[in-house]
Design a protein around this ligand. Structure first.
Ligand SMILES: Cc1cc2nc3c(=O)[nH]c(=O)nc-3n(C[C@H](O)[C@H](O)[C@H](O)COP(=O)(O)OP(=O)(O)OC[C@H]3O[C@@H](n4cnc5c(N)ncnc54)[C@H](O)[C@@H]3O)c2cc1C
Length: 380
């Protein structure tokens, strides 16, 4: 076993850390409050290679490995989880989906722009009646010969009003169940495609989340990804990698809160001494350090599995389940260590606590991760 990072890993970690501290930190409170994330910051992330981290350089990507991806995700998420979810969806779900399963034409037309940040992508699986139960797709795409006719509603779509390219999962043949589902590339601005109002959220408020409406949208046949009926497998395979990104996001949120709590505990005095000298505070910090370290190992193990070509369905579920639990638990503790100051925006920990919650919900809730894990261990 080799637990060391390469020089390239350390370099990219430092680049991401500098970007997060120098460019994301100022304004993060206002972005959260205003529910905004400027295009200029997305452009900068594109210039740094963060929008197509693992994409082959021949398609404009950075050609890095999954370990690099999680190192970048952790650094961005320590400061701004709204920034990191834009990166995560674009990388794990959209770029990966097109690179792994798309046609050469689709890669040339879309991936080359998505990988550089010129385009932003969205992944559209969830519906009002299909969240955890993703096979219950009500959105339909009817084969009309040269094109598919798309009708339906998608819910909770990250980058909903920002994206140029939407990967939309839809039922093409109800009788075939999950084998009658396909995935289509839909361009923004296509006739009949409407974007609903922005959701007013608890956390990751800088990230825009919208419902989408498709009314008789014509999708060219060439925009279907993979063989007929591949859509559900596509969604499950891409989400498996997506969970590594969200696990890294949770890890970053936890680490960010821990670093703030550690610093504050050495500054704040009560009863004539720094609060870090009170054992109950010191033990909270010890628990944070221990459990965040464990989460980091699980996240890196899942990333390593993907880089090695191993199956990562279970290791990504384990990493997401655990890292999100640690993020939720220890952001609450970070607020507690800050006392009253933890309850106001200037100290950042209340935002991290709000941001942590989503990591237990999207890309499969914690309950769904437990289904994946328990099915696997009971089958073996
Ligand atoms: C901010 C945000 C961004 C999102 N971004 C995207 C996106 O970009 N693209 C996209 O497609 N989706 C996105 N989602 C949707 C997200 O993936 C779903 O909300 C999530 O999968 C849960 O689905 P649901 O909300 O329908 O909850 P439900 O499926 O209704 O679940 C409700 C509760 O029941 C539990 N539950 C359900 N079934 C079972 C079961 N079999 N056993 C045990 N417990 C169960 C769940 O764990 C949960 O606790 C986003 C959601 C949010 C809030």
């Amino acid at each position: 076993m080799d637990f060391s990072f390469t020089e390239e890993h350390i370099l990219i970690q430092n680049v991401a850390r500098d970007f997060a501290q120098n460019e994301l930190l100022s304004g993060v409170i206002e972005r959260d409050e205003m529910q905004q994330f400027p295009d200029s910051l997305v452009k900068k992330m594109g210039e740094l290679g963060f929008m197509g981290i693992m994409v082959d350089p021949k398609y404009g990507g950075s050609g890095m490995d999954t370990i690099s991806y999680v190192l970048i995700m952790e650094e961005l998420s320590k400061v701004d989880a709204s920034a990191s979810v834009i990166v995560s969806v674009n990388n794990s779900l959209v770029c990966y989906g097109i690179e792994a399963y798309g046609s050469e034409i689709q890669k040339q037309k879309y991936l080359t722009k998505l990988a550089t940040g010129e385009f932003v992508g969205a992944f559209c699986l969830s519906e009002p009646e299909a969240g955890s139960d993703a096979t219950s797709q009500k959105t339909t795409a009817i084969d009309k010969g040269d094109y598919y006719l798309l009708n339906g509603t998608k819910n909770w779509i990250t980058n909903g009003n920002r994206a140029d390219v939407y990967l939309v999962i839809a039922q093409t043949d109800k009788d075939k169940g999950s084998r009658g589902i396909n995935v289509f590339i839909v361009e923004s601005g296509t006739e009949g495609f409407h974007i609903g109002p922005k959701e007013n959220k608890l956390g990751i408020r800088g990230s825009d989340t919208h419902s989408l409406q498709f009314n008789n949208v014509r999708v060219p046949k060439d925009n279907r990804i993979g063989e007929d009926g591949f859509g559900f497998s596509f969604a499950m395979k891409t989400l498996s990698g997506g969970r590594i990104g969200i696990a890294a996001q949770a890890l970053g949120i936890a680490q960010g809160a821990y670093e703030l709590a550690l610093k504050y505990s050495k500054e704040r005095k009560t009863f004539g001494t720094e609060i870090s000298n009170h054992q109950s505070i010191a033990f909270k910090l010890a628990d944070m350090f221990t459990e965040i370290s464990a989460a980091r190992h699980l996240v890196l193990k899942a990333a390593w599995d993907k880089d090695q070509g191993n199956n990562y369905d279970v290791s990504s579920a384990v990493a997401k389940l655990y890292a999100s639990k640690v993020a939720m638990k220890h952001t609450v503790e970070a607020v507690q260590i800050h006392g009253g100051n933890g309850f106001v925006k200037e100290y950042h920990v209340e935002r991290l606590m709000r941001d942590a919650k989503i990591t237990q919900i999207y890309e499969g809730t914690s309950e769904i991760q437990k289904i994946i894990i328990s099915r696997s261990i009971l089958r073996d």
